[in-house]
Every structure is written in C-alpha cells, then in structure tokens.
Design a protein around this ligand. Structure first.
Ligand code: RTP
Ligand code: MG
Length: 147
C-alpha cells in the first residue's frame, strides 16, 4: 500500500486546524499509520526543502517552518501521494480551489497549512527523514469490530 508524508505546518497547529485536516484525510478513506508533534530544526528544514535552496522564498520558508510545532504524519492508501495533494490544494493561494484545505483556510502562498510529498521518491525520503521504522504502525482497520 502506498504511503506518504503529510505535515500540518506551524500556522495550522497555531490556528487549531490539526483536527480539521486529519478529519478530511480520514473521511477520504486514508489510514493514519504514524504521527507526532515536533519542532523542526533548521538542519531538518533545510534538508526537507533542499530542492528550493537558492530561491527567493527559501529563507522565509525555513524561518516559517521552524517557527513553531509541526504535526508530522504518515498516511497510507491507494494513490495517497497524488490524491492527498489534491485535498491539500494548489500551492499558489490564488489557485487553491474552495473545497481543498488551502482553498478553504489559507490566505497566503507560504503560510499554506499543509505539506505533502510530491512523488514516491520524495515520500520515501521524507518518511525516513522524520520517522524511525518502528514509529510506523502496520495495522488493519476493522470498524465492525467496534460497533
Ligand atoms: P509542500 O512542499 O509544502 O507540500 O508544497 P508544494 O509542493 O505545494 O509547494 P512547493 O513548490 O514544494 O513549495 C514548498 C513551500 O514553499 C512555500 N512557497 N512559497 N512564492 C512563494 O512565496 C512560495 N512558493 C512556495 C509554500 O509554503 C510551499 O508549500
Ligand atoms: Mg513541495
């Protein structure tokens, strides 16, 4: 089953949107397999966003992402990498459609609430960057057992 790395950014944590974002991913049908609230170090942030090094938004981005706790998660499901990015919405605030997390809640292209891996290679790298293998759980969801 495909896995991806998703992270509520510091603005989402501060605005109390962790629950709203997790709810949307659960409702879509994805399964949460790891999660933790953490502070990203500058080194972690620079490595996480290495592809953007040299761009004008790199330094403000690193400042923003290290400014407070983030909620790091691993989700699994069919095509979760591409489908979760559709739930997140477009990066450009002017293109993020209503109904998406960014479209419904974000006012800014940088302060855009959520990160999602953009390819299978990024997902593997980012999951390994933020989680130890033993922090990622392998379990079956069976709602009928609990009702
Ligand atoms: P993410 O990596 O956070 O999931 O977002 P993304 O793929 O949609 O966007 P990406 O191009 O990877 O950019 C990473 C993050 O940098 C900030 N950004 N600011 N022009 C700007 O000011 C600008 N462009 C990008 C956003 O926080 C974006 O999510
Ligand atoms: Mg990206």
């Amino acid at each position: 089953m495909e896995k991806t790395f998703l992270m509520v950014k510091p603005d989402g944590v501060q605005r109390g949107l962790i629950g709203e974002i997790v709810k949307r991913l659960e409702q879509k049908g994805f399964q949460l397999v790891a999660a933790k609230l953490m502070l990203m170090t500058r080194e972690q942030a620079e490595e996480h966003y290495a592809e953007h090094k040299g761009k004008d938004f790199f330094e403000p981005l690193v400042e923003f992402i290290t400014s407070g706790p983030v909620f790091a998660m691993v989700w699994q499901g069919e095509q979760v990498i591409a489908l979760s990015r559709i739930l997140n919405g477009k990066t450009n605030v002017l293109e993020a459609a209503p109904g998406t997390i960014r479209g419904d809640f974000a006012l800014h292209t940088r302060l855009n609430l959520i990160h999602g891996s953009d390819s299978p290679e990024s997902a593997e790298r980012e999951i390994n960057h933020f989680f130890k293998p033993e922090e990622i759980l392998d379990y079956k969801r069976d709602v009928s057992r609990w009702l």
